[in-house]
Design a protein around this ligand. Structure first.
Ligand code: NAP
Length: 304
């Protein structure tokens, strides 16, 4: 089974990138799309993010065999309910949300009886909106599918083939495990970045211009992450609450251990820890998940 008509709901960074990647890698597929914001719809039409920009979510999905929801995770259930009456019974509904258990539950409630195969392409930038998307976003990135236990294997295989055609490597995972893994690899790092940028800007005795002027000391790499979309990240933390709190607890314990090592002057502990973390960075580069260049190669992709 292969998909012929794909509907994309939400035409920001992720939705726009899916549309552009389909146009480039799967030109035989017809795409339609919808975004709640009229200005975004107009911009999506100008950029050609999808073949047809529709005036409602229902119109966009009417003839679709695959629907990809690319809205913030807190909006997934409402969007699904909005398009439910127009959805073909055989269509596969998927999404790109950054947390999976909450989204799977919201979609199953809004679309009883429909085939739902949640997905999360682990690829993104700190930019958002209809001008942020680009066709190579998914190249060499992982896309995690979290099909329910009773999912039709042929439909799961079709969705996996779709993402592979867009350049991604696909992995299947249980939704709860996905949420735990992403809590530590993505959600916690964002929380830390949001915290440290806030801490620096609230400091008394260090001016904001000093923080900006001397940001190359490390701070500026956090500011890139802390510039990520506020709506998206509010929703991620609220929907993946338990896993994030669990990881935050572990992080706090580890931070306390380093704090103690600094206080008692335990250089060996600090050195050993930093050596271990440096090796993890090397592995990420060796596996092609980042670039060793000082700007992480981001200028090549129009990223921040
Ligand atoms: P984005 O650029 O802000 O795009 C989301 C779009 O959805 C916006 O245009 C938004 O319009 C629209 N929207 C919101 N509610 C809607 C509704 N009810 N009906 C139709 N359209 C609606 O955000 P994004 O980065 O593409 O994120 C989309 C999804 O991808 C999120 O679930 C996020 O967790 C996931 N994701 C993001 C990244 C990343 O790095 N950014 C990576 C992987 C996965 P308004 O602006 O008017 O609200």
């Amino acid at each position: 089974m292969t998909f012929q008509r794909v509907a994309i709901i939400g035409l920001g960074l992720l939705g726009g990138s899916v549309g552009l990647a389909v146009k480039e890698h799967l030109p035989g597929i017809r795409t339609s799309g919808y975004d709640a914001d009229p200005a975004t719809r107009a911009r999506a039409a100008t950029r050609g993010l999808v073949g047809t920009v529709c005036e409602s979510a229902a119109d966009a999905v009417r003839a679709a065999d695959l629907v990809v929801l690319c809205v913030p995770v807190g909006a997934m259930g409402a969007v699904a309910a909005e398009l439910a009456s127009a959805l073909p019974a055989a269509a596969v509904v998927s999404d790109v949300g950054s947390s999976k258990q909450g989204v799977a539950k919201a979609l199953a409630e809004a679309l009883p009886g429909q085939t739902i195969i949640p997905a999360h392409p682990v690829a993104g930038t700190e930019r958002s909106g209809p001008d942020a998307g680009f066709s190579s976003l998914f190249q060499q990135r992982w896309c995690i599918l979290t099909p329910p236990a009773n999912a039709d294997p042929a439909k799961v295989a079709a969705l996996a083939a779709f993402w592979e055609a867009l350049g991604a490597n696909v992995e299947l995972m249980d939704a709860a495990h996905h949420d735990l893994v992403l809590a530590v690899t993505s959600h916690l790092p964002h929380l830390i970045a949001y915290t440290i940028v806030g801490t620096a800007s609230d400091l008394e005795g260090v001016t904001e211009s000093e923080v900006i002027k001397y940001s190359a000391g490390g701070f500026r790499d956090f500011t890139r992450i802390a510039a990520s979309d506020p709506t998206m990240w509010r929703d991620v933390f609220l929907s993946n609450k338990d896993a994030v709190l669990e990881m935050l607890q572990r992080f706090t314990e580890d931070l306390t251990a380093l704090q103690r090592a600094i206080r008692i002057g335990d250089g060996d502990q600090l050195f050993g820890h930093f050596e271990r973390t440096r090796a993890i960075r090397r592995s990420i580069i060796e596996e092609g998940q980042d670039d060793a260049r000082p700007d992480f190669g981001r200028s090549d992709h129009g990223e921040g």
